[in-house]
Design a binder for this molecule. Structure first.
Ligand code: GDP
Ligand code: MG
Length: 167
């Protein structure tokens, strides 16, 4: 099996952390500061006969007036169209306008979608995620929802398995 996987989500949900953990090496820059990843980054994972090419996207940015934000939005949007699987990363404890923006962009997407609910290790709850998850599940009936911790590596084997099913 071989295929392309885009990792999308608003800034700071843990996309680059996830990619680094999946690849077992530091590739994408991770930081608390949003917009640390400005370009789409590719990471290749080879295991036996299988090869997954991950695309870490810069994330979508609401303020489309800024040229850099427009550029990053285009990069993320084109990545989502040109891959075999899209992994939409959200935070377990927080749903923001940024998440909604990404969810809106993914409406009607034909590419198989996996929703990775990240930071399950965090205990502090900053908002109710369930209604948004249910809405997503309704918009994407075939999407699988996988709880993960990109930081600790929790359940990433399950995430990979789900991804592989679509390649
Ligand atoms: P990106 O903007 O989506 O690429 O997010 P990053 O990967 O740069 O991560 C943003 C922040 O979230 C960093 O401080 C990470 O250490 C933190 N982070 C990422 N994944 C997790 C996780 O599973 N648990 C916790 N507690 N923090 C995480
Ligand atoms: Mg990043």
């Amino acid at each position: 099996r071989c295929g392309y996987v885009a990792i999308v989500g608003r800034p700071n949900v843990g996309k680059s952390t996830l990619l680094n953990h999946l690849l077992g090496q530091k590739l994408a820059i991770t930081s608390r500061k949003p917009q640390t990843t400005r370009h789409n980054m590719l990471g290749i994972k080879t295991e036996g006969q299988n090869q997954i090419i991950f695309v870490d996207t810069p994330g979508l940015h609401a303020d489309a007036d800024k040229a850099i934000n427009r550029y990053m939005n285009r990069a993320a949007a084109s990545a989502a169209r040109d891959v075999d699987v899209v992994v939409f990363v959200v935070e377990r404890t927080r749903w923001t306008e940024g998440d909604q923006l990404v969810a809106d962009r993914l409406r009607g997407l034909k590419t198989p979608l996996v929703i990775a609910v990240n930071k399950v290790d965090q205990l502090e709850d900053k908002g109710e995620l369930l209604p948004q998850l249910l809405a997503l599940a309704e918009q994407h009936p075939r999407a699988e929802i996988v709880p993960i911790s990109a930081l600790r590596g929790t359940n990433l084997d399950a995430l990979e398995k789900v991804i592989m099913q679509h390649l």
